[in-house]
Each structure stands twice: as structure tokens, then as C-alpha cells.
Design a protein around this ligand. Structure first.
Ligand SMILES: [Zn+2]
Length: 224
């Protein structure tokens, strides 16, 4: 079997999506790219989260062709692959319809940088891309276009949900969790009034500190 360790990692990471209330029923998916072979491990289409096993994961090449696996890969596979082809730095992609972030997406609203946690993790606003149909690589094109002009590892897709990228699948999952967390906080804040923006200068200082100084290792685990 190809890539057993990466299959196991991607399978285990999928459990974090329902655990963090980021998905309902079978929605959402995670993929990871093996840096040595370039092959991608991705969730099979339409399986419930408690049915996922590492054997059920599908291995595809960077063009989305199934290399190993008995099941059909996620309907978002071609978009994941487009992102990997365009972004050699990306080794993990996550997609959810998490509730609060997707509420912003329903209105094509970006999530404004009004929390220090956002400046830390996202380096600014989480952008919202335009509408794209599911099934081809159109979503991937819009994700890449939006993130090229942003430090954020997360992007919303109009009327759809959240896509995140990372230097690992776990980093992309972290970005998906943090996206929903800040979206919920800002939703609550808006019940009280209009949240105050953080100045671009302060966002830069916070982002630099968090990505270069914070934590046990002086490196970022999300993309810059
Ligand atoms: Zn979706």
C-alpha cells in the first residue's frame, strides 16, 4: 500500500473536523501531499466520518488521477490538485462548511482583522473569493487567486465555505479551526456593535511576533 503513514495522518486529522464542529454529515475534506513522491492522499467522496479508515483514503496524482484506492475521491479533488500544482509550498489543504465562517461566505463578506488572534494567524483579513461551481478545478483557481494577494492561509468561497492551506495537513486543519473561531467571535461582536479594526502597522507587528518568536520553535507552522 502506498503512503501508509500519510494515509494514517490524513485519516486521523479528519476526526478533528467533527470534533471541532466544523462539518455536518459527510461535508468537508482534507488532503495532504507527500513531498517525496508528489502524490496526494485525500478523503473518499461521501463517506461518513466514522466510516473513514486509512485504507479508505484515496491516493491521486497531482492531476487528480487515482493512483491507489477503491473509492471515488472527494468531489473537490481537482480543486485540491490545482492548488498543489500552483503552490509548491503547500502540503495540506482543508475544506469545510463551518457555520460562522460560511455565514460570511453566504454574503461574500471577507472576515475583517479585528482580533489580535487574526493578526497572529492570518496576518490580516481572511478574503472571500467569488462563486465557483463544484466538481472541476474552478474553486482551486479562485482559492489560488485570492491567496496570492494575502498572507492568510484561509479563504472563503462565496455561497460555499472555507478552504485553508498549510505547510502540512495539520497546519491547514489548524487554520480551519482558527477561521471558525474568529468568525464566531466577530459574529458575536457584531451583536454588540461594529468591531474596531486593527491598524495595518499593528497587524504587521503582531504577525511578525507570532510567526517568528511565539511558541517553542522560532518558525511559523502556517504559511506566510
Ligand atoms: Zn464544499
Amino acid at each position: 500500500m502506498l503512503l501508509p503513514a500519510l494515509r494514517a495522518e490524513v485519516c486521523q486529522l479528519h476526526a478533528l473536523l467533527p470534533a471541532n464542529q466544523l462539518v455536518a454529515w459527510t461535508s468537508g475534506n482534507i488532503s495532504a501531499r507527500d513531498p517525496d513522491t508528489g502524490l496526494i492522499v485525500i478523503k473518499p467522496s461521501g463517506l461518513k466520518y466514522d466510516q473513514l479508515t486509512f485504507e479508505a483514503m484515496v491516493v491521486v496524482d497531482v492531476d487528480g488521477k487515482v493512483v491507489e484506492g477503491d473509492l471515488v475521491p472527494s468531489s473537490d479533488t481537482l480543486s485540491h490538485c490545482y492548488i498543489y500544482r500552483q503552490r509548491p509550498d503547500v502540503l495540506g489543504v482543508v475544506h469545510t462548511h463551518s457555520r460562522y465562517a460560511t455565514a460570511f461566505a453566504a454574503l461574500r463578506q471577507s472576515i475583517p482583522c479585528v482580533l489580535t488572534a487574526m493578526a497572529d494567524e492570518f496576518g490580516g483579513t481572511i478574503p472571500c473569493g467569488g462563486f465557483a461551481l463544484i466538481g472541476g478545478d474552478e474553486i482551486g483557481q479562485e482559492v489560488v487567486r485570492c491567496l496570492a494577494a494575502s498572507r492568510s492561509p484561509a479563504v472563503l468561497m462565496q455561497n460555499h465555505g472555507v478552504f485553508t492551506i498549510g505547510k502540512s495537513a495539520e497546519a491547514a486543519v489548524k487554520a480551519a479551526v482558527m477561521t471558525e473561531d474568529v468568525a464566531a467571535t466577530i459574529w458575536y461582536a457584531r451583536q454588540l456593535g461594529e468591531p474596531l479594526p486593527i491598524s495595518p502597522e499593528h497587524i504587521d507587528v503582531l504577525y511578525q511576533r507570532y510567526t517568528q518568536v511565539y511558541g517553542q520553535h522560532p518558525t511559523a507552522d502556517t504559511l506566510s
